[in-house]
Design a protein around this ligand. Structure first.
Ligand code: ATP
Ligand code: MG
Length: 587
């Protein structure tokens, strides 16, 4: 199921680290017991068949977006390229927030992107909430070894005593309790004897550390809340920064990749693992955290909070609105998984935050769709073209290749008759210099058909062109020996009025009109593009009637389109414009 990328991805600093580790044999002697566990558990297993282990660890509290796609392609891509495994791990340690709907959608999106966690005969789909017993044990071990204590300061006192960037913090009055006392209190916390916020378990590190994250960070808090997986078993929950290194170690992860905002947390990540390795709970080599810059894309927002707001305030039709940068939205828009993989390789990874131009993503989609999408004909803004010297009631077959570079994809029949639909912009009454399409007296080729000569035209009362008249040159049919006897400069597409059908097309554009929505003191909602979708009725060639939901096409001269997965009905497809052939915004 996981497809190979055709070209080796460009190197980057993380690939260099992995290559170096493999050369050094850093992870060669690791054991893996076929399921997550502590040092003892893994020691009983075989040598790990996976050369490296990475993980993609979303919190199931929202839909995945294009930023996540980068992380997915990176983590699963590394595992695939280096003979490793990438774990699909739900980071569901925070009660109340998570929902099954999100779990299902995340699984769907990662699979859709072409990745698979079934490797070496094992399914590496994990839920961090299954590790609560282990995390609790880790906390007790830290208490017993004098590395954690129960603090009873109020939240306000703790905030004040944490100090600032320029001033050291102050030790809590509870900092020097005995291990026995701390253990008893921690167990009372676990047993529900104390109220939310009344006490908290903290790591005992250094209140004067220049890194504020090392000033005795909280590791377990009381929260009387129902958890979707563990129900009411727990009323204390680990803090994210404590849970994450434990999850990585329990799963024997080697390279733990995260975004730059966690850089200041790395010393604590290493501290937790080192202390628990000293105590024998975890084995070396321990997981290592590496940070890369998160993806910022122009003309979209990639923050869960903002995406939720756009959906809830109905600026879009739902999570899968084709204008949203969610993966369900991108899929419905017609974006291809291969395009995301190409995009991730192309933009690479770095350690400095930057903005990536949305057009780079669109170019990747164009590249992939150009190679894979079959061609079809659609007239988006139709006017009539009447071939006056073609017999009424007659029709004939023209042959249109499905893909100009892939003859193996064959061709289809497009019928031609006396009355056709052509694009309004393919006729001009008084053309400027250099216009080679239809105007009175000029000749063009009807693509896959005949050369025609424009003879006259009709207008309605408002002066709009309604019908163009022409005559065809019978010896010039494409694919016949005489086809080239008459040379013309213009070549236009058409559909037969008697055979085409009218179909709904949604022309999507950018959701935001500003490159960096909400930059400065603007509200990002004020940057919404009011014209991000236009719905039209087009004239479509007959074969498109059979388009299956999610089937992608190039509509010749227009761009890439996909049959909408929600609103298409059998024999009555609705099409979404994925991307135009060229970038219309860059002029
Ligand atoms: P948000 O900050 O929008 O709420 P999140 O980062 O908290 O999103 P998670 O579910 O925790 O969402 O993310 C899972 C993984 O995806 C994390 O490892 C995170 O680093 C990565 N990720 C999230 N957003 C981006 C992004 N814009 N670029 C690259 N990676 C990202
Ligand atoms: Mg997060």
């Amino acid at each position: 199921m996981s497809e190979k990328t055709p070209v080796a991805p460009a190197s980057n600093f993380i690939r260099n680290i992995v290559e170096h580790d493999l050369e050094q044999g850093t992870y060669k002697h690791r054991h893996w017991a076929s399921s997550p566990g502590d040092a003892q558990h893994h020691a009983a297993g075989e040598i790990d068949p996976a050369k490296i282990r990475t993980r993609f660890p979303p919190e199931p509290n929202g839909y995945l977006h294009i930023g996540h796609a980068k992380s997915i392609c990176l983590n699963f891509g590394l595992a695939r390229d280096f003979g490793g495994v990438c774990h699909m791990r739900f980071d569901d340690t925070n009660p109340e927030k998570e929902e099954q709907e999100y779990v299902d959608s995340i699984i769907d999106s990662v699979t859709w992107l072409g990745f698979d966690w079934n490797v070496f005969g094992e399914s590496h789909l994990y839920f961090a909430s299954n590790y609560f017993d282990f995390m609790y044990r880790a906390a007790e071990i830290l208490i017993e070894s004098g590395h954690a204590y129960v603090d009873q300061q109020t939240a306000e006192e703790m905030r004040i005593n944490r100090g600032t960037l320029t001033e050291p913090g102050k030790n809590s009055p509870w900092r020097d309790r005995s291990a026995v006392e701390n253990l008893a209190l921690f167990r009372e916390m676990r047993d529900g004897k104390h109220a939310d916020g009344s006490m908290i378990l903290r790591a005992k590190i250094d209140m004067a550390s220049p890194n504020i994250n090392l000033r005795d960070p909280a590791i377990y808090r009381i929260k009387h809340a129902h958890h979707h997986n563990t129900g009411d078993k727990w009323c204390i929950y680990p803090m994210y920064t404590f849970a994450h290194p434990l999850e990585d170690a329990y799963e024997r992860v080697t390279h733990s990749l995260c975004t730059l905002e966690f850089e200041d947390q790395r010393p604590f990540y290493d501290w937790v693992l080192a202390k628990l390795a000293e105590a024998g709970l975890l084995a070396h080599p321990l997981p290592r955290q590496y940070e890369f810059s998160r993806l910022n894309l122009t003309y979209v927002v990639l923050s869960k909070r903002k995406l939720i707001e756009l959906v809830e305030k109905q600026f879009v039709s739902g999570w899968d609105d084709p204008r949203l940068p969610t993966l369900v939205g991108a899929r419905r828009r017609g974006y291809a998984p291969e395009g995301f993989r190409l995009f991730t390789d192309r933009i690479g990874i770095s350690k400095t935050d930057s903005w990536i131009e949305y057009t780079i993503l669109e170019d990747c989609m164009r590249e992939v769709l150009n190679a894979s999408a079959e061609r079809r004909i659609a007239v988006l803004d139709p006017i009539k073209l009447v071939i006056d010297n073609y017999p009424e009631g007659q029709s004939e077959d023209c042959h249109a290749p499905n893909h100009p570079q892939k003859p193996e994809l064959g061709h289809r029949v497009v019928p031609l008759s006396r009355e056709l639909w052509i694009e309004r912009e393919d006729f001009m009454e008084a053309p400027p210099k250099g216009y080679f399409r239809l105007f009175p007296g000029n000749m063009v080729r009807l693509r896959y058909g005949y050369v025609v000569k424009c003879t006259s035209f009709e207008k309605d009362a408002d002066g709009n062109i309604t019908t163009v008249h022409c005559e065809y040159l019978p010896d010039t049919k494409s694919g016949t020996p005489g086809a080239d006897s008459v040379k013309v400069k213009g070549n236009i597409h058409w559909v037969s009025a008697a055979h085409a059908f009218a179909g709904e097309i949604r022309l999507y554009d950018r959701l935001f009109k500003e490159a960096r929505p909400g930059e400065g003191d603007r509200n990002y909602l004020d940057d919404i593009n009011p014209d991000s979708v236009k719905i039209i009725t087009a004239q479509l060639e007959p074969s498109l009637q059979q388009a299956r939901p999610e089937e992608r096409f190039q509509f010749e001269r227009h761009g890439y389109f996909v049959a909408d997965s929600k609103d298409s009905q059998s024999g009555k497809p609705v099409f979404n414009r994925t991307v135009t052939l060229r970038d219309a915004w860059q002029k």
